[in-house]
Write a protein that binds this ligand. Structure first.
Ligand code: KG4
Ligand code: ZN
Length: 335
């Protein structure tokens, strides 16, 4: 079965063609550069760029896969969570194609798809502890089987990727901040500043990153922090701030996820979402985990449409019918 995947939840416009849930024939991602100097994603600009980019990206995905639209059997689209306007563009694009071609379409959960990207091409021992770490989400879930999840921890405030982006912005680095912080941290001393992620009383597997972010704010702006004052640290100090922040944020994810894996009798860990691109995170799991850890294949950590097409295949097999044309975008859905 040939599935066309469409992804437009945030600032990536992506289309992919995937056969039978796991053979990727093409995966094209157009990242919107416009937000880089604006400190974060501007929703209205994101929607407009999706409108302009979706058709060229689709054409490229079909060409690379060497298939025609008529050969596609199913259209899978991210229905949420994400930015409302951005989701509307992708969802209506998918509905238009489905209607015009008389093909079924199916709405896929973007967060579940992030986990699926690591399951897509590898045999993972279950139950597995799923670790979702993206710009919008931070959650721990026990994966009993595809489609059967138990939420065991989540962030009470900022998502981890959001914290990377905000700290990068404080250091005057462009959006997205995660890769910038990782690069800077390589030259810094992670032990220089004592920074810590939050712990939630009686909820040992929940997260809190807003205090960590405020800690960095005071560190780099001192007494002027709330007045929007200038940075009072040198370029060299910035490297140590990035390294100390990254250590605090990543170790928190690693230790809480390993503790949850033990508490819930998991046989492996599955990591997904943009922050899983971080190489230091991979080293930390290597250093500390006695369980096998599964990662998305190259190119599938950040937002992409191959994970949407792949998961859409299984969702459709389960349902055996197209979603209705009144399916709305769902900016905030749980798994
Ligand atoms: O999964 P994703 O592409 O989009 C969402 O669903 O949110 O994740 C994007 C997030 C951004 O916050 C970005 O800064 C972060 O992933 N990110 C990283 C790295 N690469 C991307 N964070 C830390 N280290 C990285 N190398
Ligand atoms: Zn994502």
């Amino acid at each position: 079965m040939l599935v066309l995947g469409i992804e437009s939840t945030c600032d990536e416009t992506a289309c992919a063609v995937v056969r039978d849930g796991n053979t990727i024939l093409s995966s094209i991602v157009a990242s919107q550069e416009v937000h880089a100097s604006l400190g974060g994603v501007v929703p209205e600009l994101a929607s407009r760029h999706h409108v302009e980019t979706c058709i060229p990206v689709l054409e490229e995905a079909l060409k690379k896969a060497q298939v025609t639209l008529q050969e596609i059997d199913l259209i899978a689209v991210a229905k949420g969570p994400g930015l409302l306007g951005a989701l509307l563009v992708g969802l209506n694009f998918a509905k238009g194609l489905a209607l015009g071609l008389n093909k079924p379409f199916i709405g896929v959960n973007h967060i579940e798809a992030h986990l699926y990207s690591a399951l897509m091409q590898q045999e993972v021992p279950m139950p597995a502890l799923g670790v979702v770490i993206s710009g919008g989400h931070t959650a721990l879930l026990v994966i009993h089987a595809l489609g059967h999840y138990q939420l065991v921890g989540e962030t009470q405030d900022d998502a981890i990727g959001e914290a990377f982006d905000k700290v990068a912005s404080l250091l005057n680095l462009p959006y997205p901040g995660g890769p910038e912080i990782e690069t800077l941290a390589k030259e810094g001393n992670p032990h220089r500043f004592s920074l810590k992620a939050g712990q939630i009383k009686k909820r040992p597997h929940d997260f809190s990153f807003s205090g960590l972010k405020t800690g960095v704010l005071y560190l780099v702006k001192g007494q002027n922090a709330l007045k929007g004052g200038a940075l009072h640290i040198s370029e060299e100090d910035k490297k140590d701030v990035a390294a100390s922040f990254q250590k605090a944020a990543l170790e928190d994810v690693v230790f809480k996820s390993l503790s949850a894996a033990t508490a819930y009798g998991c046989k492996s860990l599955v990591v997904g979402g943009g922050v899983s691109n971080n190489q230091r995170l991979r080293e930390l799991y290597q250093e500390h985990s006695s369980l096998p850890v599964f990662w998305p294949p190259k190119g599938l950590s950040l937002d992409n449409a191959a994970m949407i097409a792949g998961l859409g295949y299984w969702d459709y097999l389960k349902k055996q019918k197209s979603d209705p044309f009144d399916l709305e975008p769902l900016p905030r859905i749980p798994l």
